[in-house]
Write a protein that binds this ligand. Structure first.
Ligand code: ARG
Length: 464
């Protein structure tokens, strides 16, 4: 392979008197993690080789030979026939070594005008872009299944909570659409991650750029980047795109975790607002009667490692001077891990949503518990001319009466209501019913049936 004999088997070994120790080899090797970059690495090398030929830096037939060898390597990896070796450090060296085995001496022309420093960050950016695209698809699938559940249960009323205490009646569909708003933000944030990763570092070489007459617009175009990075030092030092990916993944996981938490609460025997189909549940090894929502609990539980991974990379990066340090090799594990966990979580969340159904009667009974239309009565008095603070006091009195009698507000009779304020007329009885309370929340974004139907229509169009 190399025309110069070296004492070690490494591409960088020419000046070394000995090979690295077994421990250094072990700690230095990242192939167990970064083999995931193989597709991006081969694509970058193919485009780089084409560019070198186009610029007359290498001969066209050398470039063609390199490309043919790289395509063979891709097939070998895809067919599980490629032998990754720790000795060859990382994905870049594993592929380059194999290229030497396949095409010989000419493999050595591929690394002209590039370094592993620009190579790795270009591969990694392309990987982050691909991963974001996959996540966008899964978020959309989840949104669509939430929309279906909301559509199917448009009219079901549930207690809306603050502090986990019954607050005001809302539509179950409105509550579900709240999650769509969150996942919609995640969806557009991942689109932004792609957009923010659109500058091509390839050609920055080790850190200073290169003296060869390379065409960075060519490689940018064929790798799918919008343009080339503007500063070679920043280009090899920057991992913002990976951090942004981890942050948006964390945010999306946090939303999934909140959804999981609600599903767990709704499914608990004390609340019993939803039924979860058995295919989403697991049993207990000791208690024969148990059906546990483990899938939702794991959705919540796995969020921890996703948050941790964001912190891991932030801490890895925070003390690094410019430009490349081997610390940065530790950047891939947290990103790959978060991606694989999040994509699984999104799929599980979708399956969970497809396998829950509201216990409508219990939801509506609970929605009427805890004097949830007291605010509606206060609003009613305001519309008769009282100040809100005054109406608040009067409505609290009405709640006291109902509480003493141990009945819900809608079971009070007119004589009791009249005593609260002479301006209260018989129509106040209607105000205390949960259905009317929901229907009255017509302000934009409120829970009225009409609003929700409109919103459902709009969202269905947006996420066809
Ligand atoms: N495997 C390395 C990484 O993931 C890239 C190699 C750069 N190595 C170097 N010694 N400059 O960061």
């Amino acid at each position: 392979m190399n025309n110069k004999k070296t004492k070690t088997n490494f591409v960088w070994g020419s000046r070394m008197d000995s090979s690295p120790s077994a421990l250094v080899t072990k700690v230095n090797s990242s192939i167990k993690i970064d083999y995931e970059l193989y597709k991006q690495d081969i694509m970058c090398s193919i485009v780089h080789s084409k560019m070198l030929a186009k610029q007359n830096i290498i001969k066209v037939d050398v470039s063609n030979k390199i490309i043919k060898g790289l395509r063979q390597i891709q097939k070998e990896i895809q067919k599980n026939k490629f032998k990754f070796s720790e000795i060859n450090e990382d994905i870049h060296q594993n592929i380059e070594k194999r290229l030497f085995e396949i095409i010989g001496y000419e493999a050595g022309f591929l690394h002209i005008a590039r370094s592993r420093n620009d190579q790795v960050t270009t591969d990694f950016k392309l990987w982050v872009i691909d991963a974001s695209k996959n996540l966008i698809v899964e978020i959309k699938n989840l949104i669509k299944s939430i929309l279906k559940l909301a559509e199917k249960n448009k009219n079901v009323i549930m207690p809306g909570f603050t502090h986990l205490k019954n607050a005001q009646p809302v539509l179950f569909s409105h509550h579900l659409l709240a999650y769509i708003e969150m996942f919609k933000r995640d969806y557009y944030k991942f689109i932004n991650v792609i957009d923010n990763s659109s500058e091509n570092p390839l050609g920055s070489a080790a850190l200073a750029g290169t003296s060869f007459n390379i065409d960075r617009n060519f490689t940018s175009k064929y790798l799918g980047f919008k343009k080339a990075t503007s500063n070679s030092i920043d280009a090899v030092s920057d991992r913002d795109y990976a951090l942004e990916f981890l942050f948006v993944s964390s945010l999306c996981s946090m939303h999934l975790s909140r959804l999981a938490e609600e599903i767990i609460i709704w499914n608990s025997d004390i609340v019993n607002m939803i039924k979860i189909n058995d295919n989403m549940l697991t049993g207990s090894s000791i208690m024969p009667q148990k059906k546990n929502p483990d899938s939702a609990e794991l959705l919540r539980g796995k969020t921890g490692s996703i948050f941790g991974n964001l912190n891991t990379l932030l801490v890895t990066m925070k003390g690094l001077p410019l430009s490349y340090f081997k610390d940065m090799q530790e950047d891939k594990k947290p990103v790959f891990e978060s991606y694989h966990t999040l994509i699984l979580n999104l799929k599980i969340a979708k399956e969970l949503i497809e396998n829950i159904s509201p216990n409508k009667k219990i939801m509506e009974e609970l929605a009427n518990d805890g004097y949830t239309t007291a605010t509606d009565f206060a609003d009613y008095l305001v519309k008769k001319g009282l100040s809100f603070r005054d109406a608040h006091v009067k409505s609290a009195k009405l709640v006291n009466i109902a509480e003493k009698k141990n009945i819900s507000l809608d079971k009070l009779n007119f004589s009791e209501i009249k005593k609260i304020h002479p301006l209260a007329k018989e129509d106040a009885l209607n105000i205390l019913k949960i259905k009317n309370s929901v229907a009255s929340k017509k302000s934009y974004g409120g829970t009225s049936y009409k609003n929700v139907v409109k919103m459902l229509k709009k969202l269905k169009k947006e996420f066809k």
